[in-house]
Design a protein around this ligand. Structure first.
Ligand SMILES: Cc1cc2nc3c(=O)[nH]c(=O)nc-3n(C[C@H](O)[C@H](O)[C@H](O)COP(=O)(O)OP(=O)(O)OC[C@H]3O[C@@H](n4cnc5c(N)ncnc54)[C@H](O)[C@@H]3O)c2cc1C
Length: 431
């Protein structure tokens, strides 16, 4: 029987009621956890309520990146971790990840100097897993590479390299690899309830196959909640009084015709009018422009872009492009929800909320993995399964995935460069 057929996967569900690991959620995070788990030899089941990557994981900016913005915020550990994972992704999924050059256009000499130094630090942090050296380019080269860029007061640009990937296809490929490695990975199967033993420890789920409405009672040593912006729904199945730990932050992208950015280079605008980052990136003979970061009070499977978000992207693009983008030039719009850690203080702004991942162990020993980003899905998965081992839910087994030697760098030198860069950044931000 074809191992990828639904009938075969459902049969595995019917024949096995005891698993080592049940993962709830089939986005980047859950699929990564299932892959780590099954390749270490644990009997693994993943349940996704709709389709793989139906949620945030197919609605990203499609960048495999260290996060230049996080560098400017001084979050060096996060950037280093993401740059390392970026390098692994290029090696492990080279059919879906490619090098993409970005140009930061600079309109004053200080910015030109500042971004050149900052991106040298970025290159340095990537070490042997670098995607290519960043370089400063003059005004003529900038305008010849970016034909549609406004050039009146332009001073020059800085080119740097990051990755671009196909998020939805990578998710499907990870699901396929999970199955090849022995896991059972099912879409259209929604977790409706958590089961507990007499001591109140979570030991299973009730899940419904939404194609047939048949429910299954499934037991496991450990249950992992990897449901992105739906995290709190699962936590409230565990404890009806559980406080919300996730706050959705919406990000919108517009898709435009290629004529708005005809070359091969992407544009990175490091500081929009509200202090965020905006990308214009070539994508399948079109251009993706985004994104926004709007805190919402509720989440849904089909988030709707707000008019003000579309206006903001159009306004910002028009500040930089000499070919005017109008509302009718927008070919399509997509919105995704970031599962950010809920701010403790209402006044906290989304750009200041930590983007690193968190693993939470509930009193019932339910494991919840939240936050992070697509680029770091492998590391998030590894940390989650390690946590299950540490708390005694799984017998110890080592990671089986391809890991490359860590970046060899001189710590003292890095610290010195970072110190200088941070001082310069602080002065720049205070201006
Ligand atoms: C606008 C935007 C741009 C981004 N751009 C980038 C980028 O360029 N690069 C990058 O690295 N990261 C990016 N990110 C971050 C990245 O996309 C997310 O961190 C990642 O996709 C989150 O994956 P996830 O699996 O945690 O969540 P999701 O993809 O939302 O997956 C959660 C899944 O759980 C399922 N689920 C929920 N409840 C149940 C249930 N009861 N039973 C079964 N299944 C359930 C849902 O259906 C869903 O499929 C971006 C995020 C946004 C919002």
């Amino acid at each position: 029987m074809n191992i990828f057929k639904r009938a075969s996967l459902i049969k595995q569900l019917q024949e096995n009621s005891n698993w080592d690991v049940i993962v709830i959620g089939g986005g980047a995070t859950g699929l990564g956890v299932a892959l780590d788990s099954t390749t270490r030899g644990y009997k693994t089941l993943l349940l996704e309520q709709v389709d793989f990557a139906k949620g945030t994981s197919s609605r990203s900016t499609k960048l495999v990146h260290g996060g230049v913005r996080y560098l400017a915020q001084g979050n060096i550990d996060l950037v280093k971790e993401a740059l390392y994972e970026r390098g692994l992704l290029l090696k492990n999924a080279s059919h879906l990840v490619k090098d993409q050059s970005f140009i930061i256009p600079n309109y004053n000499w200080w910015d030109n100097f500042f971004y050149t130094i900052g991106l040298k630090v970025y290159d340095f942090l990537a070490g042997k897993l670098s995607f290519g050296k960043s370089t400063r380019i003059n005004k003529d080269e900038t305008t010849s590479r970016l034909e549609t860029l406004k050039s009146e007061t332009l001073k020059g640009g800085v080119v740097y390299h990051d990755g671009q990937f196909d998020d939805a296809r990578l998710a499907v490929n990870i699901a396929q690899t999970c199955i090849e490695k022995g896991a059972t990975v099912l879409n259209h199967c929604k977790v409706k309830e958590l089961l507990k033993n007499q001591e109140g420890i979570v030991n299973g789920v009730i899940a419904e196959d939404t194609e047939t409405n048949i429910s299954y009672t499934l037991k496991a040593k450990v249950i992992i909640n990897a449901t992105g912006v739906f995290t709190d729904e699962i936590l409230q199945m565990d404890n009806t009084n559980a406080k919300n730990i996730v706050r959705p932050s919406q990000g919108v992208h517009l898709v435009l015709d290629q004529s708005f950015l005809p070359g091969n280079d992407a544009i990175m605008i490091p500081k929009t009018s509200d202090g965020r980052v905006l990308f214009l990136v070539p994508w399948h003979n079109k251009v993706i422009v985004g994104t926004t970061d709007t805190l919402l009070d509720s989440h849904s499977l089909e988030p709707k872009p707000l008019e003000k978000e579309i206006d903001f992207i159009l306004e910002t693009a028009n500040r930089y492009l000499n070919k005017k983008v109008n509302r009718e030039d927008v070919l399509s719009v997509f919105a995704g929800l970031r599962p950010l850690a809920a701010p403790k203080d209402d006044s906290e702004k989304t750009k200041e909320i930590s983007r690193s991942h968190k693993i939470i162990v509930s009193n019932s020993k339910l494991l919840t993995i939240t936050g992070g980003k697509w680029t770091t899905y492998r590391r998030m998965a590894q940390d989650t399964i390690n946590k299950a081992i540490i708390i005694g839910k799984l017998p110890k087994k080592e990671v089986k995935q391809n890991i490359y030697p860590s970046m060899e760098t001189s710590k003292m030198l890095i610290d010195l460069i970072i110190y200088i860069f941070m001082e310069v950044t602080r002065r720049q931000l205070n201006n």
